[in-house]
Write a protein that binds this ligand. Structure first.
Ligand code: ZN
Length: 88
């Protein structure tokens, strides 16, 4: 009953979409509006992808940038997350 292995709300929605194909367009719209933003490091250009997370630094895939632990830093250059800017 641990949270390990949970792939997050996004994959859960996708699973629901596969169960009810008729809801696809609505679910896809939901996915688009809930899709977490990527953030780019202003110092070195590293891009944090919420879908991929940062497992090497203990960030599970599916973690939105806003939910990164306080004090998180860029894995490339070590600058604080407050220096990241929304990307694409
Ligand atoms: Zn950086």
């Amino acid at each position: 009953m641990s949270g390990l292995g949970c792939t997050g709300p996004t994959s859960h929605v996708r699973h629901l979409a596969s169960l009810w194909p008729g809801l696809n367009s609505r679910v896809l719209e939901l996915l688009r509006t809930q899709n977490p933003m990527k953030y780019e490091c202003a110092a070195c250009g590293y891009v944090y992808d919420p879908e991929a997370g940062d497992p090497e630094n203990g960030v599970e895939p599916g973690t939105p940038f806003e939910n990164l632990p306080h004090g998180s830093v860029c894995p490339e250059c070590g600058i604080g997350k407050d220096m990241f800017e929304p990307a694409g």
